[in-house]
Design a protein around this ligand. Structure first.
Ligand SMILES: [Zn+2]
Length: 67
């Protein structure tokens, strides 16, 4: 299950949540101030080509991590 970064729209606290790619969590709330509907951050892991390259390499070296 992928890990997503969310940023609280009120206190700017960034926190991580595990959920499915197409899953929308309606009652997701900031762990600090309990404000709902945090902003989803685009993961650098997915957008950064260098990270993608490292990810590909790591899959080859240690595929057990990605099962
Ligand atoms: Zn907050």
């Amino acid at each position: 299950m992928p890990l997503y970064d969310y940023e609280c729209v009120k206190c700017a606290h960034v926190f991580e949540v595990f959920h499915k790619i197409d899953e929308v969590i309606d009652d997701l709330a900031c762990p600090k101030c309990k404000t709902k509907r945090p902003r989803k951050l685009v993961s650098q892991f997915k957008t950064n080509q260098w990270s993608q390259f490292l990810d590909t390499m790591e899959r080859k070296i240690s595929p057990h991590k990605f099962k």
